[in-house]
Write a protein that binds this ligand. Structure first.
Ligand SMILES: NC(=O)c1ccc[n+]([C@@H]2O[C@H](COP(=O)([O-])OP(=O)(O)OC[C@H]3O[C@@H](n4cnc5c(N)ncnc54)[C@H](OP(=O)(O)O)[C@@H]3O)[C@@H](O)[C@H]2O)c1
Length: 289
């Protein structure tokens, strides 16, 4: 891959496609603090040191845990860091994920994110659809988007993105405001968004797969292991390299609380998959659809 292929335009600037997602830095069930705060801080600092400039977070991780860790580890931020947060959900005392889509809740969420991250303005805020918490589901996001546009007009948000959404919801949203990025579930084994990725690429919009490694149950497959063995690379590094080669607008935010895994994940940008490996991995996704 050429050097240019390592970056993509997000929020108006070229950013390393290898980013980092903070969800693994909260406690079990993404609830409460992680058992090893010092290691979490190390991971965040290492990520930036290794060139990560796109960090995905949310105040509903913990809640507040990962945003406060980011501030503790990285504030004052390097000037070209792009922190992307998401709103639209809240946690109850048992850790359940509930929708938080009213104007008051969205405003509160933006103010909380600003305070917890130590920022005056949020670079990118993704509106996370909660119509169905587990998968994109049709339904209007208009009222919530209008609330975000108002917060943008107040200077609290620079760019608006979407998460857990359908192609129709993206098209409808674009009638209201430009959409900076889309964050949906996608990985080697979950390829429902194949057509959407290509549509967004044609518009120059970043597609940010969440659970790029399979999430809470990381990908396990004989085919992936075989390809990884043939390339002498760790299997999950191969899974990330496949995403990078899948489309130029895919920007990665793999999550880990391990400095070693962080390094493996970032090194996926150096791994070029030969045609034969790509064919095997492509077939792996097709057989699961
Ligand atoms: N918009 C949404 O609704 C939504 C939903 C979920 C996630 N997200 C975002 O997407 C990001 C990524 O998702 P995720 O963190 O849940 O899942 P993920 O990146 O698919 O996978 C994380 C899992 O893989 C393991 N792992 C990471 N690198 C590894 C490596 N090199 N070798 C072996 N195991 C490895 C991690 O364990 P270790 O800690 O042991 O490495 C963890 O168990 C999140 O951090 C969050 O920012 C967004």
């Amino acid at each position: 891959m050429s050097q240019a292929a390592f970056t993509y335009s997000l929020a108006g600037r070229q950013i390393n496609r290898l980013g980092y997602g903070t969800m693994q830095l909260a406690g079990p069930g993404v609830f409460g603090p992680h058992a090893d705060e010092a290691r979490c801080i190390q991971v965040l600092r290492d990520a930036v040191e290794l060139g990560v400039r796109h960090i995905d977070t949310s105040d509903f991780y913990g809640p507040h845990v990962t945003n406060l860790l980011i501030k503790k580890a990285l504030h004052p931020y390097v000037s070209d860091l792009c922190l992307v947060t998401k709103i639209g959900a809240k946690r109850d005392r048992q850790g359940n994920w509930l929708p938080a889509f009213s104007e008051d809740e969205l405003t509160q969420a933006v103010e909380d994110n600003l305070r917890h991250l130590g920022l005056d303005v949020l670079e990118v805020v993704n509106l996370r659809s909660m119509i169905d918490v587990h998968q994109p589901a049709e339904g209007s996001l208009e009222a919530a988007l209008q609330s975000l546009v108002k917060l943008q007009a107040r200077g609290l948000i620079r760019h608006i993105g979407l998460s857990n959404v359908t192609a129709q919801q993206i098209a409808d949203a674009q009638q209201i405001t430009p959409i900076a990025c889309v964050q949906n579930l996608y990985n080697l084994a979950n390829r429902q968004d194949d057509a959407l990725i290509d549509q967004l690429a044609a518009q120059g919009i970043p597609y940010v797969p969440f659970f790029p490694l399979g999430g809470f149950s990381p990908l396990q497959s004989a085919e992936l292991n075989e390809v990884a063995q043939s390339l002498s690379a760790p299997p999950l590094q191969v899974a990330l390299a496949w995403l990078l080669q899948r489309a130029p607008n895919i920007m990665l935010i793999p999550g880990t609380s391990s400095p070693q895994h962080l390094r493996e994940n970032i090194a996926s940008a150096q791994l070029t998959l030969p045609a034969e490996a790509l064919e095997t991995l492509n077939r792996m996704g097709e057989s699961r659809l």
